[in-house]
Write a protein that binds this ligand. Sequence first.
Ligand SMILES: Cc1ncc(COP(=O)(O)O)c(C=O)c1O
Length: 407
Amino acid sequence: MAIGERTASERIAAERQRYVARGVATTPLVVARAEGARVWDVDGREYVDFAGGLGCQNTGHGFAAAAVHEQVDKYLHQCFMVGMYEPYVEVCRLLDELWPGDSETRSLLLNSGAEAIENAVKVARVATGRPAAVAFDHAFHGRTNLTMALTAKVVPYKDGFGPLAPEVYRAALDIDDVKRVFKQDVNPERVACVVLEPVQGEGGFIPMPEDFPRRLKGLCEEHGILYVDDEVQSGVGRTGPVWAIEHYEVEPDLLVSGKSLGGGLPLAAVTGKAELMDAVPPGGLGGTFGGNPLACAAAIAVLHKVATLEFRARAEELGRRIRARLEALAAGEVRGLGPMLALEFAEKTPERASRITAAARERGLVLLSCGMYGNVIRILVPLTIDDELLERGLGLLEEAFDDADAA
Ligand SMILES: Cc1ncc(COP(=O)(O)O)c(C=O)c1O
């Protein structure tokens, strides 16, 4: 390359600076192609992918491509409200088959996790005739008006974006604190639902305390409150079983999925007990693109894959291997469920985690941080990764820790 000439990455990054809103945060990586757990940038550099497009590639980049190609030639869009199509119905049937409980369910398909959480709260409000929702410390549920009110982080998610949606209350991950909220902030008879991630994602990969979901469900039942299980990041096989709530043996009332559901295409779902979902009259739920046929074709392939015993066994094995390597780093608290794992540094500042994700990128590993203080390194590797690539990625991770600490 001649002196002064820019790489393709540099040129696109400069144009991004010029044309794309600053509020959309980006890393310097400019992607050209991705396959399995590998990503190539526009300058031809290969990376091991420990981010999976932010948790959207549990089955690996390109996994659902053949199913999507087949659908492309049939029709791209109908709008389910204009013309029904089988792939939408089939996704809902599979979600019913995979429901973590015995109830008959119905599903609604949408475009994003936030949109699905909004709709779960809408359903809960209509089904109970109550206005309020309770969310929890460290929660992340999205960037729309209601979901940012449910989210527990001011900067960058809420700051300046108010007024936030009303009737949202917050509790710690502790049953006594939920009871305190019911005494102090809102009468439980006015609460439509609680919204909880079984493993909090953006909040720092915090698995729920072992008996918390069960006790919370019990408290909800006492007061006629619905339990909304947010599986947008923890679901679709990310922790081993299809849904992370299966670790806790709790049957939710409504379950929200997204991210990996569409295998990389925008798809999210609200699945819930039939009588609750059907409380909303025709026309109250939906949207132009919700349950797009291409995304549904991908989701059918994804759901079949993550429901297999082999997928779960491999995910669990990956979890054991990654956990052992993170613990060997002895750099902070390692936590998570199955292969949804993270390492939190003791210092409550983002600098060290940022240095590590930058060093990882330099070495050829795509890696993300998260957490209330940005001090958590998280692993969202595609769960179809083979041993050799996993070892390469973990080696790069260790080197990135060394680089960052030496800097
Ligand atoms: C647990 C959880 N809920 C909801 C969302 C929002 O999903 P989306 O970004 O698709 O709107 C996310 C996104 O990270 C999430 O992790």
